[in-house]
Design a protein around this ligand. Structure first.
Ligand code: CA
Length: 163
């Protein structure tokens, strides 16, 4: 397990799950797309709420589909963008941090299911230039060509007051 607080800003390659830690009072926006011939699946677990978000997709430059939006705790922004959703902030003052874990899998089968293989994931903490928004980019590689874009996940944490 890789904690994003302990990695440098340049690319790190990790096995799943990748862990991202951000302030609990931030709203989180997640955007995901595929660039892959094989079907891709992303499991994002919000360790504060226990909720798990399942994204699937396949093809070149295709926004991933959130399979279980009924399970979400969403804020009002971001949900109208293809491949994007936003998690509401936590107002509990005792919770300083919030953690999500991300697992990327893929399937070589043509039918449904069969997500038996784990991708490698490269994580970049994007420079914040002293600003309040924290950003991460995750690139998953399913082993076909080492370009680390089979899934691209962009995570942004907006501090309270910005949304
Ligand atoms: Ca690839």
């Amino acid at each position: 397990m890789l904690d994003s607080n302990s990695i440098p800003t340049e690319g790190n390659i990790a096995a799943s799950p990748v862990v991202i830690r951000f302030p609990a009072n931030a709203t989180l926006q997640v955007m995901a797309q595929t660039n892959a011939a094989w079907r891709q699946l992303v499991e994002i677990q919000d360790q504060s709420t226990g909720r798990v978000y399942i994204l699937t997709g396949q093809g070149e430059v295709v926004p991933m589909n959130l399979e279980n939006p009924e399970d979400g705790d969403f804020s009002g922004f971001g949900g109208s963008l293809p491949g994007a959703f936003s998690l509401s902030r936590i107002d509990d003052p005792n919770e300083a941090d919030r953690v999500i874990s991300v697992v990327c899998k893929y399937s070589r089968s043509e039918g449904g299911g069969g997500f038996d293989d784990y991708s490698r994931v490269r994580v970049r903490k994007m420079p914040d230039h002293g600003g309040p928004v924290q950003q991460w980019e995750l690139g998953a590689e399913d082993g076909a060509d080492d370009d680390y874009n089979d899934v691209i996940i962009h995570v942004m944490a907006f501090p309270a007051g910005m949304h």
